[in-house]
Design a binder for this molecule. Sequence first.
Ligand code: HEM
Length: 392
Amino acid sequence: MIYDPYSREVQENPFPIYEYFREKEPCHHNPEMDFYALFRFEDIWEATLDWQTFSSKYGPSLETRSEPPPELVPSIIGMDPPRQVKIRNLLSKGFTPRRIAALETEVRAITRHHLDEYVESGGGDIQEGFSSKLPMDVISALVGIPEEYRAAYRRSVERGLMRDPDTGLPLPREPDALDTRAMLLELLEQRRRNPCDDLMTVAAQSEFEDLDGERRRLSDHEIVAFIGLLASAGSETTVKLIGNCIVYLWQHPDQRRQLWEDPSLIPGAVEEVLRYDPPSQFQGRVTQRDVTYHGTTIPEGARVAIVTGAACRDPREFNDPDEFDIRRRPDRELHFGYGAHVCIGKSLARQETRVALEEISKRFPDYEVIEEGLTRTYQAHVRGFASVPLKI
Ligand code: HEM
């Protein structure tokens, strides 16, 4: 058997395929696409900690076969420590628990606004009507993008992620689309003059000691690349998490009822949805030395997929891993990655999804999913539902 993460079969239901590889071939080579893949929890846990062996310097996409030029590096997700740590530490000041907690009022207001519109329009596809709007607007709030630009910014990022179904190429820019780079650069300039309590101000003002010992601020390019990474890493993933919560809770009505009766269970339920079907199913690395797993040697310079989606169902780590159980309290998790690159936005993603569920439970707790209308997206890195039609 060959593991091809882009095949329809894997995109539809990867779990039986993961089981095969976890048990029979935990270190697998795909000769056609020329990459290796690891499937077991313990192997992936170690690999995320060992960046000297499993480097991120080629970026997250398995197709990239060399180090991209500096102007195309996708910010910290395409770097290794110590450089990645320096820049990440600087920017993580925009993600402290205090800042994320302070954002909750705004997250709730955005959630209510979009959910009320969705209800007023009579329901329908909740991915289109609600889930796809919330995360980008929250990222805009975090960054400090003014409200009047948010809808246009969201549309422009969405379009940037779309591909022509025939050619697989990005779609041409729409003539009246927002010039997001120009908008971000202008905002940066404003924050340099008038600091605010937002991520753009943190990025504009903080100084750090670079690898050569010189103190400096982040360049415009580094800041715009990081904001771009937030839009690509933090938006679609959270959209899919919200959709997954809605579908899997509907599939388990007893657990949904318990959740609505006791909302303190919501954070644990969100964690279980993430484990059961993580929006980010694998992450790309490149080996910096030969390394052997289960009798198979991955040579230096090979591309490797660490398949966290398979690790999250590893029976060596989780009891009855294919059971959905909102009361599960695992010791370790991999659905947000681990090690140097562990998701910087995980508290925000958790908060948004909790708030979304709290507000849904107040509006349409007994929703029904119209199962025949469920469709999935076919994206390289993000797994989840494209449309989730509801009867509310
Ligand atoms: C359900 C939602 C999310 C999931 C499943 C998710 C998953 C992940 C995973 C697996 C990684 C590790 C990548 C690697 O090891 O190569 C990661 C990194 C990252 N995530 Fe998230 N993420 C989510 C939401 C967010 C949000 C809301 C933001 C920000 C607003 C965000 C920003 C980032 C960034 C910047 C990185 C790179 C960190 C680094 O390289 O040091 N993510 N995420």
